[in-house]
Ligand binder design. Sequence first.
Ligand SMILES: *Cc1c(COP(=O)(O)O)cnc(C)c1O
Length: 400
Amino acid sequence: MKFAQRIQNIQPSMTLAISAQAQSLKEQEIDVIGFGAGEPDFATPEHIKQAAIRAIQANDTHYTLVGGTLALKDAIIEKFEGDNGLFYERNQIVVSCGAKHSFYNLAQVLWDAGDEIIIPAPYWVSYPDMVVLASATPVILNTDQSSQFKITAEQLQNAITSKTRALVLNSPSNPSGSAYTRAELEALAEVVLKHQLLVISDEIYEKIVFDGFEHVSIAYLSDAMKRSTVVINGASKCFAMTGWRIGYLAAAAEIAAAVTKLQGQSTSNPTSIAQAACVEALKSHQTKVAVQKMVEEFKMRRDYLMDRYAKIESVACYQPVGTFYSFPDFSGILGREWNGKTLKGSLDVAEFLLEEAKVALVPGIAFGADNNLRLSFATSMENLKEGMDRIESAVKSLPA
Ligand SMILES: *Cc1c(COP(=O)(O)O)cnc(C)c1O
């Protein structure tokens, strides 16, 4: 079979290898603790599920407008006003089948071969591949724990060429749990405006933040920044609605129109029932209560994890200010011997932890950071305790 060049240009998700290994251990009835979860471990709140059931019974089961129902667009417009201080019109909003789909659509309508898209690492796994699928070139800017996994204005400035089109920002960040402050965003915005770049601002974790961290959208900084930003958000992470597949973007009307045109010739509208549920999720006061409870639980788990990391000498972990991921640095055990071989990078460490401690973490190389692994705390406290016990003793058992 001959396949198109574009599908040969991208990698299958690297996270799959480790989950396949974990799955095969589980099939041998070996008790593996999975820390790979990329979604909340909570059920969708009851009132949101009920809204979907009502939508089915009201025969809300037909095609909707391609870019989303007017009711949902209006709820999204209200959300942007209330949460972000951003004012949009209906023709600036497009609802898609998940925030991933929003980004995919954008890449397809905005970029061509030769365009350079700046992506800070560690990055969400899908950004570089979606950029490549659009024939454009990802330009990766490395960060590490010493800079709290954030790029500086200077780093951005130095990466810009005549081909640079856009900067992808993901704050709070999957996988690092880091987030940009308003002052940091202002410094980046200055460079963005000077070079007339577009910012794709993925804010899907905006509500999952701790210790009073105040999420600011870079689009909020000025009118010029609002015109230069596409904000992406969705229901998956904040409302525990990953399976419903609702994401959305807010952009200049001409960008929204191009995205709607593409969507009209590909998926058409996202599911009518999920859209109705999302209206309820965005508008109901009960959602605020449910989200607050989830965030409190995530914070408790994060605090527990930070205590545990602090007790493992060769592992250092940045304290996440948001999301449900921790991104510990295992470089302290790189170069050590295990099972007759040298641990050289995050894939080796992941294998060591899986075989030796029976815990599954995602190797950081999948996110462009080979010293780290991602440990998701979207799992029970019981699993966190047992899993950290195992990690601690496995790491301590390694010959120095
Ligand atoms: C999960 C995730 C998304 C995509 O979520 P959807 O389920 O497609 O809405 C987008 N960006 C980041 C950073 C994510 O972690």
